[in-house]
Design a protein. Structure first.
Length: 328
């Protein structure tokens, strides 16, 4: 099979079992080794499903010839960068470059309220950081990318691959895209066969700008931390309640306004936390699940008691349409 093709053959079987995934992995390992030779491959490793599976597959094929760059822009969910380091550096012995660029990103986002402007700043700064780090490396001849088949189908000829963050085309590197003929569910099967943890392989959709679009309006560090901590509580309690595999996506939002409240007999003026949970097939429309009241009450109690600066917890009941899944 021509693995460099951008067209999935009609007779290509769906990868649904571990045996099928193992066979696919073996074919890709051979193809990658023949293509790359003794050169190095550079990969932007976000910790998302696609880039993580590509990283694990490339490590199996070429080991230390793969250089993974993980940029922590300060807008990750709680524990995500730590998980990338634990899985890839500590468990898979990857050649991983970790960059904590939190201050760099957040300083550029001060007083920026427009959602699209925030996205442009975050995406542009990622390009700058990745480009700077890539120039420090030698003998890089290929760029690994987490392109999957829907990226190619949805590009309509505009792009033939998933250019992570809009990486500079002037890098002039050959592309290595070992899962580009796979659908998302197949990528997850391959990831499991490679031994990646469920928390990484079954990761929910997460926007490129990260928590930057869930901390609405101008991002402040204290409100960003409120988003991160409340989101972690929600994920922990939904997981305990067995909802993680039953709800397509759930997260918290902390909007850029305050509400009156009271604590210890004193008036306060703090933020609301909004819980967003949706079920969908294609993300074009979405419904809101009816979560058990006891679960919502437990989440509410924990957020109000454990997250500083919060005095209300709300549950977003709005379907898509007219609402969107994300708030920004």
């Amino acid at each position: 099979m021509n693995w460099d093709s951008n067209v999935r053959p009609n007779d290509m079987a769906r990868i649904q079992t571990k045996e099928q995934a193992d066979a696919y992995i073996a074919e890709q390992v051979e193809f990658i080794r023949n293509k790359v030779g003794d050169k190095k491959v550079l990969l932007a490793l976000s910790g998302g499903v696609d880039s993580s599976v590509v990283a694990a597959l490339l490590i199996k094929a070429i080991g230390k010839q793969l250089v993974c760059v993980h940029v922590n822009h300060g807008l990750m969910r709680k524990g995500e960068s730590e998980q990338v380091i634990e899985v890839f550096r500590n468990q898979l012995d990857a050649n991983l470059v970790y960059i904590d660029a939190t201050d760099r990103f957040l300083d550029k986002l001060v007083d920026v309220t427009d959602p699209e402007q925030k996205r442009k700043i975050i995406g542009g700064e990622f390009i700058n950081v990745f480009d700077e780090e890539s120039k420090k490396l030698t003998d890089i001849r290929f760029l690994g990318q987490g392109t999957i088949y829907p990226d190619i189908l949805e590009s309509d000829g505009v792009k033939a691959h998933h250019n992570v963050g809009g990486l500079p085309e002037e890098m002039l590197l050959g592309l290595v895209e070992p899962v580009k003929l796979l659908y998302k569910d197949e990528v997850r099967v391959v990831g499991r066969a490679l031994g990646l943890p469920s928390s990484m392989v079954d990761r929910q959709p997460f926007p490129g700008p990260g928590l930057g679009v869930r901390c609405t309006g101008a991002i402040t560090r204290d409100r960003l931390e409120a988003v991160r901590e409340s989101d972690a509580i929600l994920r922990e309690e939904f997981d305990k309640a067995g909802l993680t595999d039953k709800i397509w996506q759930f997260f918290t939002v902390v909007p850029d306004f305050r509400s009156t409240g009271v604590r210890d007999g004193k008036r306060l003026y703090d933020w609301p936390v909004i819980i967003r949970a949706v079920n969908t097939v294609d993300a074009m429309s979405a419904t809101v699940p009816e979560v058990d009241w006891a679960v919502l009450k437990k989440v509410t109690d924990r957020i109000l008691n454990e997250v500083p600066g919060v005095c209300r917890v709300l549950y977003d009941l709005s379907p898509k349409a007219p609402a969107t899944i994300e708030w920004e």
